[in-house]
Design a protein around this ligand. Structure first.
Ligand SMILES: N[C@@H](CCC[C@H](N)C(=O)O)C(=O)O
Length: 364
């Protein structure tokens, strides 16, 4: 199947408050610095063609159409409208899928759209869908390789901002989202940051899932994992999706995450036989008991600038290994997240930014 994508790319400012809904904000986009560009890639039995242009005749431009009506147009003739968001540089193509419980594009199409050279470029595609079981919405996500994870922390903050722009929430700043990891509750704060109740971490080995045997009851904490002949200490945590957290090798020096060759070591963890559903891996450096630094290799997406579920998982691991307090700042390559694992309810709370970057459309 051939996909052609045409997108008008315009940089949008971060709406400062909820009342400044994104489409209305973008109504003034023509006066903004425009990052529009023109390009076209088509390959022989090509599966993907991409063209973007700011020229007045080639595509519908921001100058010609208000973004609100642009977003309101439903898919006709195989056009997929989207808004690109990022949370600490973990970037997603957000699709308004509220009229259907089937994703508007296939996993294969999502992988093509995520391609940074031949597509829009993103770490994943996120669908805002009708809620189920009494929840307000459902979030589904495809990774950039097309696989479907259960949850995405940075993605859910972007999702919350997207919903706030699409709907009149009538002063409400919180709603419920059904995900593959269960119920997730984001709350949009006055400063635009999103605080998310990420639920309770799962530690039981077979539910993470990992084939490593439980060494603290059924949990895998500071256990040995041999990767390419090297023994690493790992703690396995699921935030709905699987995470393998390491603070370094067995008996080795303190991990310096900047020195890691992530593209080399990351895939060896991701595809390790001990992780039947593959795994996300967080490499962590402890700066203090309330300040951690991490780099991540994501299942299905590779090295990303941030991973929200990963940041939550590593705080759980750091607490269980006695390395940190329950409330920490986690420095990711794309910026910091505030994470708290509350004793009272055993839930993890993540606070961080999410921002609209541009809107566009793709011909499918
Ligand atoms: N970047 C995300 C995690 C996305 C899913 C992950 N790649 C997986 O397959 O589990 C986050 O912010 O949590």
């Amino acid at each position: 199947m051939e996909i052609a994508a045409a997108s008008t790319v315009s940089v949008a400012p971060q709406p400062s408050r909820l009342s400044n809904a994104f489409p209305r904000k973008l109504g003034s986009v023509s006066s903004l610095p425009c990052a529009s560009f023109k390009r076209k890639h088509c390959s022989g039995n090509a599966t993907l063609c991409v063209s973007s242009s700011s020229s007045m005749d080639a595509v519908v431009t921001a100058e010609k159409i208000s973004p609100a009506s642009f977003l309101d147009k439903r898919e006709t003739g195989g056009i997929l409208h989207f808004v690109k968001y990022q949370g600490l540089g973990n970037d997603f193509i957000l699709v308004d899928n509220r009229d259907s419980s089937e994703p508007k594009i296939t996993q294969e199409q999502a992988a093509k759209l995520c391609d940074r050279n031949f597509g829009v470029g993103a770490d994943g595609v996120i669908f805002a869908m009708p809620g189920v079981n009494g929840t307000d919405y459902t979030m589904r996500i495809f990774n950039s390789d097309g696989s479907e994870p259960e949850m995405c922390g940075n993605g859910v903050r972007c999702f919350a901002r997207f919903i706030a722009e699409l709907e009149d929430l009538q002063g409400k700043n919180s709603f419920t989202i059904h995900t593959g990891a269960g119920l997730i509750v984001p709350e949009i704060q006055d400063d635009g940051q999103v605080k998310v109740d990420m639920g309770i971490p799962i530690l039981k080995a077979q539910d993470v899932p990992t084939k490593l045997p439980g060494n603290k009851g059924e949990a895998v904490i500071q256990a040995e994992l041999v990767v390419d002949g090297v023994s690493w200490n790992v703690t396995c945590v699921s935030m709905g999706n699987p995470h393998c957290v390491t603070f370094g090798t067995k008996g080795g020096p303190k991990l310096k995450v900047d020195d890691l060759n992530l593209p080399e070591i990351g895939p060896k963890f991701e595809h390790h036989e001990m992780f039947p559903a593959r795994t996300n891996t967080e490499f962590v450096e402890v700066l203090s008991r309330s300040h951690l630094k991490m780099r991540v290799w994501e299942r299905g997406a590779g090295a990303t600038l941030a991973c929200g579920t990963g940041a939550c998982a590593l705080v759980v691991a750091a607490v269980l290994e006695g390395r940190a307090n329950r409330k920490c700042t986690v420095d990711l390559p794309g910026g910091p997240l505030e994470i708290e694992w509350k004793q009272e309810d055993n839930h993890i709370y993540m606070t961080g930014p999410a921002e609209a970057v541009f809107y566009g459309s793709a011909l499918l």
